[in-house]
Design a protein around this ligand. Structure first.
Ligand code: UFG
Length: 327
């Protein structure tokens, strides 16, 4: 298939673009490089550096006019910092919702048949029950989750009205890196807030110690529990979503590995993998953190035939380390 990958210079987008190329698809990456990196766009992909909301119509329409129409769009481009979304919601309603609306309009106008969208566990907010299924109530607790949920609703209506074959994949805690003989693609944010890359910065010598945000949560060791999913497993689900998409339907799937690890367990795994003592200190709770987030991925197993295969925490951490370690 010929596929447009928005946000393909970012962490998840670049890894998925690499998987798509490895599977023989033709890939064009569209990214404004506001948070992505040019050198993360995999060799073999076309690249357009521009703002999604401005050029989506041109890119999809131009290809259609040239008789080389796109068969699908994988939409990763987004702002994704929970804290920033609370302070600057306008950036999220514009950068996520308005830009996605423009993309959907271009998809409709140029009759692109398939769309796979990066949704998030943050659409659910504080869960009433764990593991979280797709039928759980969606009550996002921050503008980031609210904008992703708004886009999910938009996609549902486009699928119903305009026959789009659409899939939203709700990611839990994406981690690890795509490590191949040819290179490595991983997590590299100017502002890093995610646990595993921060802990590995300590091992790499660029950070003194790691703060554990609270050890008085109602969990076995008192620290928050999350469902870490290897980015390669996540990419596999995107390829399956393209295969299983059905015109006029919008399917929503949670993607996690179905097991929870505490912050302390993550720090321990990083110590084991890196051999570094990684000093850690307990700090106050971070606002907005739920105690436990674990996915039920039963629906993805049934609907997509997806089964994550890189689920050991040490495997996830060691691939992230392969990417992050100083060379
Ligand atoms: N944590 C620390 N110290 C740190 C960083 C994080 O203790 O320095 C803890 C957090 O409090 C949390 C856990 O590590 O309990 C994981 O935090 P991350 O920031 O790595 O990930 P989140 O679970 O907060 O965020 C993930 C996704 C978001 C999504 C959110 C949904 O990365 O995109 O889940 O709640 F919005």
């Amino acid at each position: 298939m010929k596929l447009l990958v928005t946000g393909g210079a970012g962490y998840v987008g670049s890894v998925c673009a690499a998987h798509l190329l490895e599977a023989g698809h033709e890939v064009v990456v569209l990214d404004d490089l506001s948070t992505g990196h040019r050198d993360a766009v995999p060799a073999g992909a076309g690249f357009v550096q521009a703002e999604l909301g401005t050029v989506a119509g041109e890119v999809l329409g131009g290809a259609a006019r040239d008789g080389a129409a796109f068969d699908g769009v994988l939409h990763f481009a987004a702002r994704s910092l929970v804290g920033e979304s609370v302070e600057h919601p306008e950036r999220y309603w514009d950068g996520n919702v308005v830009a996605s609306f423009r993309l959907l309009e271009a998809v409709r106008e140029h009759a692109v048949p398939r769309l796979v969208f990066s949704s998030t566990a943050a659409t659910y907010g504080e869960p009433a029950e764990v593991p979280i299924t797709e039928t759980a109530p969606t009550r996002p607790t921050n503008p980031y989750g609210a904008t992703k949920l708004a886009i999910d609703h938009m996609i549902t209506s486009y699928a119903a009205a305009h026959g789009l074959a659409a899939t939203s994949l709700r990611y839990f805690n994406v981690a690890g890196a795509h490590v191949t003989g040819g290179g490595r693609l991983g997590e590299r944010h100017a502002v890093e807030t995610h646990l595993i890359p921060l802990v590995l910065q300590v091992a790499a010598g660029t950070r003194e110690s790691i703060s554990i945000y609270g050890d008085d949560w109602p969990t076995p060791d008192g620290t928050c529990v999350r469902d870490y999913i290897h980015v390669d497993d996540l990419a596999d689900a995107h390829l399956l979503a393209l295969q299983h998409a059905t015109a006029g339907r919008h399917d929503v799937y949670n993607l996690g590995s179905g097991q929870g690890f505490s912050v302390r367990e993550v720090v321990e795994a990083c110590r084991a993998v890196t051999g570094h003592p990684i000093p850690a200190a307990v700090a106050p709770r971070r606002a907005g953190d739920p105690a436990v987030l674990v996915a039920s991925s039963d629906r993805a197993a049934e609907g997509l035939g997806w089964k994550p295969s890189r689920t050991e925490l040490e495997r996830i951490v060691s691939d992230a380390w392969e990417f992050a370690r100083p060379r």
